[in-house]
Write a protein that binds this ligand. Structure first.
Ligand SMILES: N=c1c2ncn([C@@H]3O[C@H](COP(=O)(O)OP(=O)(O)OP(=O)(O)O)[C@@H](O)[C@H]3O)c2ncn1[C@@H]1O[C@H](COP(=O)(O)O)[C@@H](O)[C@H]1O
Length: 96
């Protein structure tokens, strides 16, 4: 059973990639301090959302494409310096 701590581990890794850039995909996409970086991430979210729709209609790769979409949304939150706990608290608030 995989523990959901993986999400926090990835989030913290992405925060490290943002603050201590290396030669990697996520550091590169976040490195531009201007709007360009945000637009690039948003473009990927749009692409990945489309890939989720196609995967669902085709009944294939839905898990992989969902991870790509969720990953890029987490990358956006990290880039916008939104703490993971803000996301988790919002889920908790809605969990009636
Ligand atoms: N979970 C991911 C993850 N998911 C997807 N991606 C990258 O996101 C990019 C775009 O994903 P796509 O599926 O769109 O890949 P693509 O090449 O465009 O191909 P298509 O699927 O669009 O045809 C690819 O380069 C993937 O490698 C990810 N890159 C990183 N992570 C995590 O983030 C950590 C830090 O990543 P790096 O800083 O790049 O080492 C890694 O250790 C992982 O835990």
């Amino acid at each position: 059973m995989v523990d959901e701590k993986i999400i926090r581990d990835i989030y913290e890794l992405l925060e490290n990639r943002r603050d201590n850039p290396i030669n990697s995909y996520t550091s590169k996409i976040m490195k531009d301090s201007n709007k360009k970086a945000e637009d690039k991430i948003l473009e990927k979210i749009g692409e990945e959302a489309t890939e989720v729709i196609i995967a669902s209609k085709n009944n294939e790769n839905l898990v992989e494409e969902s991870v790509d979409l969720i990953f890029h949304n987490l990358l956006l939150l990290v880039y916008k310096q939104i703490p993971l706990d803000d996301l988790l608290k919002e889920f908790e608030k809605r969990n009636k």
